[in-house]
Design a binder for this molecule. Structure first.
Ligand code: KG4
Ligand code: ZN
Length: 396
């Protein structure tokens, strides 16, 4: 059964005129702040990326991330307000990511937002980061004049930390989510990052692999994926209604790439690239391309092709199983060109519209946090003064 509904619930508290929400996000390695008007217009969006700090380590170092957030949070928030022509006093509420994410990183954003809300006597809204990714799509749809959504909606949140499928519904006081799939081990973005690290392609791996894959043969190496139909044996990952689940697993492909590298004695080529990139302060994707032989490009293209095919096939089969009318694909990996193209093509074959955020709002940002907070603002769902962060916060 398909239904059309407005993207927002009826207002339960009177919002007089426009509502400006200041969003703050610090769950991983981006310190971000943004101002969004009434959940439908991006007024300012500032993202301070810590990539340069973590690049030498091939992944995020949690202690360094917290320290960088502490350094960046005040100037980032000030810039977001200044870019929006707003002041601390003229925003209506503060929204902040409560989880999931790195404990120390979350703590910086939440403590700062709490302090601001208390000092300014403004409402504080605590937002789930995964819900934020979903609202990045809804914000931009509204901004583009698309006020109606066809339900049921299935959202794939695919990032460095998550590969989750949610059936999303709009209820009276906001949105509800039912998790119908998750990764059993590594997230898809994590696999991009780990394969890039193994092949000496820098951090984060997604954007570089996305670029390099366009120069290789995606069918050169076959990486098979299993259909996961048995129940998750980890009791922490159990969900109610577990019978119709679609789970993912991306740890196996990382090991398969490692085996391939060993069997095909690619160590010398990797060492050669490592030495070449050491001589460049900030290597660009073009620099990596110049340091890759055909064999490596084919491997990278085949890896990406396999992950994309698995993500798209499993998501579409879940969409058919649940009679879904609209697909949302969001999170850092949603920036991937092949993923976008493949989803658009295969979802069109099934007659299901698929919506993505712009690339800018695919990866972590605070506009999505401010947008997700708006229905909660209307419903008067404010965080208590003693709200704490939750590194393992679940959605649905
Ligand atoms: O959403 P995000 O910024 O942070 C998390 O919540 O995890 O996602 C970051 C992830 C990283 O793993 C990065 O490699 C991946 O998104 N990513 C991509 C692309 N751009 C970022 N993966 C594939 N292709 C891309 N173009
Ligand atoms: Zn994220």
């Amino acid at each position: 059964m398909t239904s059309y509904e407005s993207l927002f619930p009826p207002r339960t508290i009177k919002a007089v005129g426009d509502t400006y929400i200041l969003g703050i996000e610090s769950s991983c390695d981006e310190t971000a702040a943004a101002v969004v008007r009434s959940g439908e217009e991006l007024i300012s969006n500032v993202v301070y990326s810590q990539i340069a700090t973590h690049h030498p380590y091939g992944g995020v170092v949690p202690e360094l991330a917290s320290r960088e957030h502490l350094r960046a949070i005040v100037p980032v928030v000030r810039k977001a307000l200044a870019d929006a022509g707003k002041t601390y006093e003229t925003v209506d509420a503060i929204a902040v990511t409560r989880g999931p994410g790195l404990a120390g990183s979350l703590l910086v954003g939440l403590s700062y937002a709490k302090g601001l809300a208390f000092a300014l006597d403004k409402p504080l809204i605590a937002v789930n980061h995964l819900e934020g990714h979903i609202h990045a799509v809804l914000l931009e749809e509204r901004q583009n004049g698309n006020d109606e959504l066809q339900f049921p909606v299935l959202a794939l949140v695919v990032s460095g930390g998550h590969t989750h499928l949610y059936l999303a519904e709009r209820r009276d006081s906001g949105w509800t989510y039912r998790n119908i799939g998750h990764t059993r081990d590594d997230a898809a973005g994590e696999a991009f990052d780990k394969v890039a690290k193994l092949l000496e392609l820098g951090y984060p791996g997604g954007p570089v692999i996305d670029f390099l894959a366009q120069h290789g043969n995606p069918n050169a190496v076959k990486f098979p994926f299993a259909q996961i139909k048995h129940r998750d044996r980890n009791p922490q990952n159990r969900h109610s209604g577990d019978e119709q689940r679609t789970d993912f697993s991306y740890s196996g492909i990382k090991t398969a790439v490692l085996r391939y590298v060993e069997v095909h004695t690619m160590a010398d080529s990797i060492q050669h690239r490592r030495a070449a990139m050491k001589a460049i302060a900030r290597p660009t994707p073009q620099d990596y391309l110049a340091a890759c032989d055909r064999h490596t490009l084919d491997l990278v293209a085949s890896f990406q092709h396999a992950v994309v095919d698995d993500l798209v096939s499993k998501t579409l089969s879940a969409a058919m199983e649940h009679g879904v009318a609209t697909l949302l694909v969001t999170g850092g990996v949603a920036a991937n060109s092949e993923l976008r193209k493949t989803f658009e093509m295969r979802a069109a074959e099934e007659g299901i519209p698929v919506l993505f955020p712009s690339r800018k709002l695919s990866t972590d940002n605070a506009a999505m946090i401010a947008a997700a907070a708006y229905p909660r603002f209307l419903a008067g769902e404010f965080a208590p003064a003693d709200v704490s962060s939750d590194a393992a916060l679940r959605l649905g």
